[in-house]
Design a protein around this ligand. Structure first.
Ligand code: ATR
Length: 284
């Protein structure tokens, strides 16, 4: 890496941030694109988030990613939000504009849909299921609606939480698609709807531990269904292994991580990154 007097910065604000795979992935993309920009980890104590956001402008950053626990609290320090960030109520990407103003965007929203498309799938006009109604599930559900899904089904262990998120998204995105909420299980939907499911986005934290748990029995899914996992440690979660054994098409958790990063890169620099270089960095 050749740092010069003109090197600009981007980074990721989180607390903690030391586990983040984003610096490796983004620096690989920056290097492949030949940009004189470096991506750095930015550990920001929640008490200092306002100062840190203002510091981006003061220090000439091109922008920053934002991760837990700052995705909502950064909003009040920004000058504008994109439609996606407004609907989701969370920001994972900040861009510092030429005039110094700051725009908040959310690429978690299209990361899932983008990862599906990279693997030849599509959500437009289809029925999709999202497992999990936390921050990730909400972003993916909104992304599916923005991308033209016909029916978006949000299933969560705590059904009430799924209902609340669906009510909120339905109110913010009226007439976009049909919205359904339910629990994690076969009984959540009639068989006729299960048969129409073309993609499942797994956004719960199930699979991150070694308990061998799965969020949903893959046997309820139709054979043409494409399953995307968001857990990437371990990469082969029990759910992905079960889906693979059933012969379903699968996309692993690093693909979603990669795609939200690729979309941030495009938002900052206006060019598509080398996704293969990013994936190599994530795999190494
Ligand atoms: P994130 O922002 O990453 O989505 P989160 O807001 O903490 O994280 O949400 C975690 C998600 O994983 C929730 O959907 C949670 O379900 P509940 O709303 O019922 O808590 C889900 N989850 C966590 N552990 C689970 C488990 N053992 N079985 C099923 N779902 C689980």
């Amino acid at each position: 890496m050749n740092l010069t007097g003109r090197t600009r910065l981007v980074g990721v604000m989180g607390w903690p941030v030391s586990h983040s795979r984003s610096p490796a992935m983004h620096n690989a993309a920056l290097q492949a694109a030949g940009l004189d920009v470096v991506y750095v980890p930015l550990p920001v104590d929640p008490a200092n988030i306002g100062e840190a956001v203002r510091g981006l402008r003061a220090l000439g950053f091109r922008g920053s990613n934002v991760t837990i626990p700052h995705k909502q609290t950064v909003i009040e320090y920004l000058d504008r939000l994109t439609d996606e960030a407004k609907v989701i109520g969370a920001v994972n990407t900040i861009r510092v504009e030429a005039d110094g103003s700051m725009t908040g965007h959310n690429t978690d929203c299209y990361g899932a849909v983008g990862a599906l498309r990279q693997d030849g799938g599509e959500v437009a006009g289809r029925t999709v299921v999202i497992l999990g109604a936390g921050g990730a599930g909400r972003a993916v559900a909104a992304g599916c609606a923005f991308a033209g899904a016909r029916r978006v089904v949000l299933l969560n262990r705590t059904v009430e939480r799924a209902r609340e998120v669906v009510a909120e998204l339905r109110a913010k995105l009226p007439d976009r698609c049909e919205w359904l909420a339910g629990g994690l299980g076969k009984d959540a939907l009639p068989e006729s709807i299960w048969a129409e499911v073309s993609a499942v986005f797994q956004t719960t934290s199930v699979g991150m531990n070694d308990f061998g748990e799965i969020p949903l029995d893959a046997n309820v899914l139709p054979s043409g269904c494409h399953v995307l996992e968001s857990v990437y440690s371990p990469l082969n979660t029990p759910f992905l292994l079960q889906c693979r054994a059933r012969g379903l098409r699968i996309t692993d958790g690093l693909a979603m991580l990669l795609e939200q990063g690729a979309l941030s890169f495009e938002f900052w620099f206006g060019i598509a990154p080398d996704r293969r270089a990013m994936r190599r960095a994530l795999d190494s």
